[in-house]
Design a protein around this ligand. Structure first.
Ligand code: CUA
Length: 324
């Protein structure tokens, strides 16, 4: 995005410089050209000037419309990640950045990404509002406790880039910095395969799922007291309240922490809250586990390039199993 953002920025700068010089220049020019020669001289009163007034209304209008359309197109491009992205989770915390890769790698204040591949950050905060900013990529987005925000970029050149927190978040806000390491695809693969013993995010989520005994109610055979989670991610479900909701990261998170807010139709509101029992990282693992539950491949074969939520947005609504 950097090129597009810069082009717009320099266009705005050029317009500002042009009009500043024009106005300042005309002030000086007119001050000299029409200065008073005689102490008793009085200026001529001047009425009307339709052409002039239309001109100075229409030209600025056209210029602002250009800025608006151009700015909107850059904004949309920035807010809509491509369908196929490499998803990385980010948890902000006073005062550090924690990154979790789908394959299980964890990093603090360092983010390794491959060159030439769209990367989507799915971000939340453990405490206060932070803000991820990578100036070289011209991207910046708030990281907010209690919800997931997104940001995407595609690095075009290998190297190291500054990563900042761009929201004042307490005493050591200025120390909440890090770096983005952009690597050639081969180096990135080598980095990925080095030093991970923990297993993928989804498999850690699977363990947590059992530790918390979620599996006693959410059974794959539709005989449990909770909805079947297999193939659920990205689907639309009907709620007890009659509304429908798309199963995304935010909904899974809410269902774990506030299970009675949006109960699936056909089920009793009996699930206890897990607020305080699961960390933000744990929630991300559980979410990734639910995303990985697909009947066609029960093994948690989560590859980094399995698409984002957009990949199966258009799948038809799933009717949850009805139980009495
Ligand atoms: Cu986190 Cu400023």
């Amino acid at each position: 995005m950097a090129g597009r953002v810069d082009a717009l920025y320099f266009f705005l700068l050029a317009i500002s410089v042009f009009f500043s010089l024009l106005i300042a220049g005309l002030i000086v020019f007119y001050a000299i050209r029409y200065h008073r020669h005689d102490p008793d001289a009085v200026g001529t009163v001047f009425h009307g000037g339709m052409i002039l007034e239309v001109t100075w209304s229409v030209i600025p209008f056209l210029i602002t419309m250009v800025i608006f359309v151009w700015g909107a197109s850059v904004f949309f491009a920035m807010s809509r990640p491509p369908d196929e992205t490499l998803n990385i989770y980010v948890v902000g915390k006073q005062w550090m950045w924690k990154f979790q890769h789908l394959d299980g790698q964890r990093e603090i204040n360092e983010l390794h990404v491959p060159v030439g591949r769209p990367v989507k950050l799915i971000m939340t905060s453990e405490d206060v509002i932070h803000d991820v900013s990578v100036p070289a990529f011209r991207v910046k987005a708030d990281v907010i406790p209690g919800r997931y925000s997104h940001l995407w970029f595609e690095a075009t050149k290998a190297g190291e880039y500054h990563l900042f927190c761009a929201e004042y978040c307490g005493t050591r806000h200025s120390g909440m910095v890090g770096r983005v390491v952009v690597m050639e695809p081969d180096d990135y693969q080598a980095w990925l395969s080095g030093g991970v013993q923990e297993g993928s995010l989804a498999s850690s989520g699977g363990k947590l799922f059992q530790d918390l005994a979620c599996n006693t109610c959410h059974r794959p055979d539709a005989q449990g007291r909770g909805p079947v989670l297999q193939n659920l991610y990205g689907k639309q479900v009907s709620l007890l309240s009659g509304e429908t909701v798309v199963v995304d990261e935010a909904y899974i998170r809410e269902s774990i922490l506030m299970p009675r807010n949006k109960v699936t139709a056909g089920f009793q509101p009996i699930m206890p809250t897990f607020q305080g029992l699961v960390s933000e990282e744990g929630l991300l693992e559980l979410i990734e586990y639910v995303k990985s539950l697909k009947t066609d491949s029960q093994v948690q074969a989560v590859r980094p390039n399995t698409g984002g939520p957009a990949a199966n947005e258009n799948t038809p609504a799933q009717t949850p199993p009805s139980r009495n």
